[in-house]
Write a protein of this length. Structure first.
Length: 167
């Protein structure tokens, strides 16, 4: 009886170790819509700031409610990959940038890439800001999130690179 019980325990342990050790197969990466990588001109749209609090950016972050828009626009201009269109009708794609801080503990920068003609969402990149208690650290975390978002975008539109993972 003890031998049978030992065999059962060993079998259960062995089987559970085998199952736990297996990694689920990941689906192959789906292609990035070609209109993103082939875009030559973009229109940058300001989705603004969403918050449950009055002007979070002025209370918790510097730069005002248009900070995300201004910083993304400047980064895209410095990068020089795209022509920055003055109107959505003149662009291949629309980059809609927004800042959301509805809970003060889960702030995010969100970049939605839209087809300029159909207004269909083609891709979304999100970067969350780490929580910080001091203004200096909140600013640092905002800057880190914006830099990471621009890096994700560059990875997304660069041919041959892996699609960026929204975070």
């Amino acid at each position: 009886m003890l031998r049978m019980l030992s065999s059962i325990i060993f079998g259960v342990f062995f089987a559970s170790t085998f199952v736990i050790g297996q990694q689920p197969e990941q689906a192959p990466a789906a292609p990035v819509p070609p209109s993103i990588a082939s875009a030559r001109s973009i229109f940058v749209s300001n989705a603004g700031e969403e918050s449950n609090f009055q002007l979070v950016s002025s209370r918790w972050y510097g730069g005002g409610p248009n900070r995300a828009y201004n910083e993304l626009y400047a980064a895209l201009k410095a990068w020089g990959k795209f022509e920055l269109a003055a109107a959505p009708a003149d662009a291949d794609v629309v980059f809609e940038i927004g800042f959301n801080d509805k809970s003060e503990t889960l702030a995010q920068l969100k970049l939605v890439i839209l087809d300029a003609k159909t207004h269909t969402t083609l891709w979304t990149l999100t970067r969350y800001l780490q929580v910080a208690g001091t203004a200096k650290n909140r600013e640092k975390n905002y800057n880190l999130a914006m830099t990471a978002l621009v890096t994700d975008l560059k990875s997304l539109v660069t041919p041959g690179s892996a699609p960026a993972n929204p975070k």
